[in-house]
Design a binder for this molecule. Structure first.
Ligand SMILES: [Ca+2]
Length: 114
């Protein structure tokens, strides 16, 4: 198993999902995914909330290491948890094709943050 760096299952999972749903549907799924995965008390995704909810998204095969790696990679402000924007940004970063076709949407989303 090559679990050091890379090797995250999302790379295969999300482009397929994106094709099926289209841009708008995909964005909706992302938001839905975020609320499924987040810790309800904290309003952000933590290691624990991700681990306990991953199966809901069909990601039950993720190992602790992959989860940790994903969190670290996605945690842009370094607080150890993922807010909605960090989560969406991660999803787009994991899918370069998707990034291309949805660049405008992403820029719009990021612009809200500034
Ligand atoms: Ca964060």
């Amino acid at each position: 198993m090559s679990s050091q760096g890379g090797g995250i299952v999302f790379e295969d999972f999300f482009p397929a999902m994106f094709e099926r749903l289209g841009t708008e549907g995909f964005m909706k799924e992302l938001c839905k995914g975020f609320s499924l995965l987040m810790d309800e008390e904290k309003g952000v995704i933590t290691f624990e909330s991700l681990k306990s909810s991953a199966a809901l998204l069909g990601l039950q095969e993720m190992t602790d290491e992959e989860i940790t790696c994903m969190l670290k990679e996605a945690d842009l402000d370094g607080d150890g948890t993922l807010n909605e924007m960090e989560f969406c940004t991660l999803m787009f970063r994991l899918s370069p094709d998707l990034m291309d076709s949805s660049k405008e949407l992403l820029e719009e989303a990021l612009a809200d943050d500034v």
